[in-house]
Design a protein around this ligand. Sequence first.
Ligand code: NAP
Ligand code: ZN
Ligand code: ZN
Length: 346
Amino acid sequence: MQTKGYAAASATAPIAPFTFERREPRAHDVQIDIKFCGICHSDIHQAHDGWGESIFPMVPGHEIAGVVARVGSDVTKFKVGDKVGVGCFVDSCRHCEYCNKGEEQYCVAGITQTYNSIERDGVTPTMGGYSDKIVVDQEYVLRMPENLPLDAAAPLLCAGITLYSPLMHWKAGPGKKVAIVGLGGLGHMGVKIARTLGAEVTVISQSLRKQDEGKRLGADHFYASSDPDTFKKLKATFDLLINTVSAGIDWNQYLSLVKVDGTMVVVGAPETEVPMSAFSLIPGRRSLAGSMIGGIKETQEMLDFCGRYNIVSDIELTPIQKVNEAYERVIKSDVRYRFVIDMATL
Ligand code: NAP
Ligand code: ZN
Ligand code: ZN
């Protein structure tokens, strides 16, 4: 069926109006009217081909919140009118070790990403949430909490789960010192969730410009990475440090802030390789880890957690015609703290 959206025609083209076809819902599919879609920095990396794996034309968007418009004959989990979400992937192999335990994001055969990916038929490119509707198998659709506004909840589908998953995995909670590096879309969700879990939260931002807001979001402490004293004062402090920075920074320097047996988790995905020294790990028996979004089960758990504690993203709603300007502001770290596209403007 014909679908209206916005796409990048190439790595250098602005995001512009684009019409394309989506499949009619199959027996297990849910058709969703998209109401809101967050702008993740991953959209920008991929629209600009920063990771070198882009498929064009590309309709970005993987923080999708909307309402069920139609269901296939065998759909049991959702009905027309339900408030639903779609995150970073829409399919996976469904039988590997990780799919079986609900960690589809680590599917051995690879996930089918919501956009910039090929469906499991091997030929159809996936198109994301900067569009008026999407058709997704019910197993990959999330239920949005009734009490949360759909616009501010949309970023939970990527930014929320990307921080919730490592915070849970590395057991952030009372008595744990957690640092969040970079106060952008991911970072500000990390602050809110870590605080709610009871951890002592420190933000390390490039400057003190966002300090007051960082504290309002739930940070106990706030430091600027531009101040060399920060690295002296915070040496060997954190049980868990989560690096959400979208650019290449000196990981060695940040590892020095992790205490013995602590972990630095990389979730930010810079476009360049980052040099590492063995001596950043050895003296403190430190771990360096990565983490990727979360599986469907954990994403639903995160949504329910956010519903219970009233956690949403701090957003700036934008008309779709201003996506390119929003991208420019995200690149300049000038977003408080997530742009969300109002799809009514499409
Ligand atoms: P974002 O809103 O742009 O936030 C990134 C933050 O990093 C900025 O707000 C800024 O914070 C800091 N920063 C940016 N450039 C910097 C630089 N040159 N030096 C130091 N700090 C810098 O982006 P996002 O949407 O949160 O995404 C962050 C990264 O995570 C992206 O690379 C994205 O692709 C990746 N990502 C990964 C996953 C995953 O599953 N692992 C999921 C989603 C996104 P301050 O202003 O506070 O310094
Ligand atoms: Zn994302
Ligand atoms: Zn799998």
